[in-house]
Unconditional design. Sequence first.
Length: 271
Amino acid sequence: MRFINRVPNRGVRLLLAMLPLVLLLVIYAAGSAARLSENPDDKLLPSFAQMVDAMRHMAFEQDERTGDYLMLSDTLASLQRLGLGLGLAALVGLCLGVAAGAFPLLGAPLSPLLAVVSVIPPLAILPILFIAFGLDELSKVMLIAIGVAPLLARDLEQRAKEIPQEVMVKAQTLGANSWTIVLRVVLPPLFSRLLVSLRLMLGAAWLFLISAEAISATAGLGYRIFLLRRYMAMDVILPYVVWITLLAWLSDAALKHLNRWWFPWSEGAKA
């Protein structure tokens, strides 16, 4: 059997998925042990025990100044900003995508505009957002929305244009007006594609969130990481990075299962 045709079973697939993670942990443990043996006060590669102790303090002990559980408050603050930003981006992206993809008269001005706006680096306009919306929550939410919405809109526009023209003609032949065609023909496949596009944009959304929190915030995962870097507190920074990765992975899995639950036909089409 050719190598390209070899398909691992479920157990082998799980083993292969865990192998890179195990190798990284072993390499890190070896490097940490080597550095700490030379200098017990080394902060660059803390041991797993040091990180567990630091996270116990961050997650399960109240802060003496605020009385909050810092990891919980940081997580809730970041997730709230991320959820609002992605929700706004999804709404705007869906509306613009439908308008540009389903209505040629609207697509003529919107399509070039989206093409230009989508290539503007969102972090380059972050100072403008701070000036326009202040240093509070709105500027952070708007950064995520502005960074994600144009790309969502372009993707959904393309998906709308891929709907067979024969389907549109049949709907009109049966008496459907423009809004009925949008609701019954255009939107169903676009809703499924929207969830897929959101999954693809999660990494960028987290990047925008962490960047905004690093510059101006009083709570949040990005704020905490950039606050503690001054003290080289890698025993907190590294677990926070792992926690952000886990949250992003859980968000991706939630969107995947939501798409499978709401639109099972999309998975069937792939199969």
